[in-house]
Design a protein around this ligand. Structure first.
Ligand code: PMT
Length: 243
């Protein structure tokens, strides 16, 4: 089958909450992928969220399966279908994503964090819809747990750790800072201020920021790019195992 065919397009209906189907019998490595935005509730009808369609994470999950690996996709709310043969756990909030990742990451060989996790969440959730009572409204926000940043020390993950960096300026420098601070083996950096790539788009252009070098990949569809990313990440894992 040609690599340009989208055989790993998300193509089955979303699964019910917390249902994990049996994993495909694949000889490859075990991969955890996070994707989509999180939703942080303010009251029963409102929430804070980040921009993310989930396309990058879902196509990456599909590409790992296409290449013979088994994948657990942990995703915030999206309109996408879950790619075939991908195990799936849906979540809403950053705290839920943190809990699910902490439970499952220990048995993974590779973890890739493509989710756009909210960095702040309301300090308290109002039980009733907030009424309009003034010209301004102040919300108190508190930091969410850094899930990627917890992988090494809190979760004790020893496999290949890959983060994303969504930046609007100083792409490489900011990505390299995340690589070091979050103890990653690779950060995939995308400039989300550029039209036609990044959020929502079917295309992306990324820098691969490794501890010792940076590689630039040309703009491509998220499907083509995902296959290149899988090759790069699996090669990195092999190098880490051999060294
Ligand atoms: O979903 P699409 O519409 O296809 O768009 C794709 C994308 C732009 C969302 C994707 O390519 C991307 O860049 N994902 C990461 C978005 C992001 O939130 O990046 P960040 O630079 O703020 O976070 C850095 C890393 O830490 C990311 O791997 C993120 O998943 C992780 N993180 C961040 C905060 C947090 N509380 N926990 C985390 O795990």
């Amino acid at each position: 089958m040609s690599r340009s065919q989208n055989s790993f397009l998300p193509c089955v209906p979303p699964l019910p909450a917390c249902h994990i189907p049996p994993a495909a019998q694949t000889p490859g490595v075990k991969v955890l992928v996070t994707a989509g935005p999180t939703r942080e509730p303010i009251d029963p009808v409102r929430f804070l969220t980040n921009r993310s369609s989930g396309k990058m994470g879902y196509t990456l999950a599909g590409a790992f399966v296409h290449e013979g690996h088994s994948v657990l996709l942990v995703s915030g709310p999206t309109n996408l279908d879950v790619p075939e043969n991908v195990d799936f756990i849906p979540v809403e909030t950053a705290a839920e994503m943190h809990d699910v990742v902490s439970k499952h990451i220990g048995r993974m060989d590779i973890a890739v964090f493509a989710a756009a996790v909210a960095d702040y969440t309301p300090a308290s959730v109002q039980p009733q819809k907030i009424k309009k009572s003034g010209d301004t409204l102040t919300l108190e926000l508190v930091r969410t747990a850094d899930i990627l940043g917890s992988a090494r020390q809190s979760f004790g993950f020893r496999g290949t750790l890959v983060g994303f960096a969504a930046e609007t300026e100083n792409l490489e420098a900011n990505a390299r800072d995340k690589l070091v601070r979050k103890h990653c083996d690779l950060v995939i950096a995308n400039d989300v201020s550029q039209p036609g790539i990044g959020f929502d788009s079917d295309h992306n252009q990324v820098l691969l920021v490794y501890p010792d070098r940076t590689e630039s990949l040309p703009a491509a569809s998220k499907h083509e790019l995902s296959l290149q990313l899988v090759d790069a990440i699996v090669a990195l894992k092999k190098l880490m195992v051999e060294s």
